[in-house]
Design a protein around this ligand. Structure first.
Ligand SMILES: Nc1ncnc2c1ncn2[C@@H]1O[C@H](COP(=O)(O)OP(=O)(O)OP(=O)(O)O)[C@@H](O)[C@H]1O
Ligand code: SF4
Ligand SMILES: [Mg+2]
Length: 334
């Protein structure tokens, strides 16, 4: 991406409980005899501080959306826990979540499918406020000013989703997520469907709103460059497990895990020579070339694709261990 990096908000130092605390999260799709052989998320632990953006990256199927859904209460948690501002919400119903006060909200990739085409933007925006007992007049007033805040005219309240472009609809989705004053927003591939310049505008909008309101984001994207733009910390997922986590700049600029190295080598860059060098490195690191590699029940989950794999890697699972400023799950990372 050629966009300029937005200033990152410093996490508040005074918080006692983080905005979000996820511990040993396991999500397995299906139940009983229909249970999936491999959990989609397998023992993931992380915190998000107040005002902090944590990025989740990993190739398709690595479990990013499943983690987002488990946090939002849209997917049953098999094991582990999710705490929101100190309260256990692991198995909280959607109704209980509504009563949290400053709840969790989400922005997804395709807002068109989540807006009712027969309802005006205003009707969609005021709905969560009305559910909380806000009067109709006040709710419409808040919808109009929220639309202006995301760069749209206030009279967009009277129009329908089809009357907006993809980028405008994504702004409306941001307005809908923020209208209830959440303190944590899960953004799942929120800019992935947009062209580069619209992507940059929406990313800047998200960064400004975060800084203005002290928001926390769980920012999910398959493109590590997009995550690097917004996140202060990043978690790299492979087959539902964290391979590497730490400061976004360090992890993306100097990755220590072979899988993160392959991912960053696959991320597009503007300069053709650098891109060619990366392509050569990627070929060595076989990223994407063996996505069907069978998971191993013992050993490193990445062993079947890793050019550095040894017998130790195939027989002993590497623990996530601290190396410098981050955690890395690799026997040989240093
Ligand atoms: N509803 C479901 N039922 C069964 N398996 C599912 C379901 N949703 C996801 N999975 C599986 O769980 C794993 C993780 O999927 P998930 O959608 O979380 O990945 P992702 O990292 O978000 O991928 P993408 O980048 O493609 O969005 C995949 O193996 C996927 O096939
Ligand atoms: S533990 Fe072994 S197989 Fe796994 S990433 Fe490290 S070197 Fe590769
Ligand atoms: Mg996904």
């Amino acid at each position: 991406m050629t966009i300029q990096k937005a200033p990152a908000a410093a996490p508040a130092a005074t918080e006692t409980a983080p905005a979000l605390r996820v511990r040993d999260l396991v999500v397995r799709y299906g139940r009983g005899r229909r249970a999936a052989a491999e959990p989609a998320v397998n023992g993931v632990t992380f915190d998000i501080a107040s005002g902090e953006t944590v990025g989740l990256v990993g190739e398709s199927g690595s479990g990013k959306t499943t983690i987002g859904k488990a946090i939002l209460g849209l997917q049953r948690v098999t094991e582990g826990s999710v705490q929101y501002r100190g309260r256990d919400i692991t198995h909280a119903s959607l109704g209980e979540r509504r009563d949290l006060g400053g709840e969790l909200r989400a922005v997804f990739q395709d807002p068109y499918s989540s807006f009712n085409p027969r309802r005006t933007i205003g009707a969609s925006l005021i709905e969560p406020l009305r559910l909380r007992g806000v009067s109709r007049a006040d709710a419409v007033g808040r919808a109009r000013s929220m639309l202006e805040r995301v760069g749209l005219p206030a009279d967009a309240v009277d129009r329908y989703p089809r009357q907006f472009s993809g980028g405008q609809r994504q702004r409306i989705a941001v307005a809908r997520a923020l209208i209830c004053d959440p303190s944590l927003v899960v953004c799942d591939e929120a800019v992935s469907a947009l062209d580069l310049s619209t992507q940059a505008q929406v990313l800047n909008l998200l960064a400004d709103l975060r800084d203005e309101r002290g928001l926390s984001y769980l920012f999910i994207a398959h493109d590590i460059a997009v995550v690097r733009f917004l996140a202060q910390r990043v978690l790299v997922l492979y087959r539902g497990q964290v391979m590497e986590s730490g400061p976004a700049a360090g992890v993306t600029d100097a990755p220590k895990h072979p899988y993160t190295q392959a991912l960053t080598a696959a991320s597009p860059v503007p300069r053709p020579t650098e891109q060619a060098e990366r392509r050569a490195r990627r070929e060595v690191l076989v990223v994407g070339g063996a996505s069907a590699a069978a998971p191993t029940s013992v050993g490193c989950p990445y062993a079947a694709r890793c050019p550095l794999a040894t017998e130790l890697c195939r027989t002993e699972r590497p623990a996530l261990r601290p190396i410098d400023d981050r955690l890395v799950a690799c026997h040989y990372a240093s």
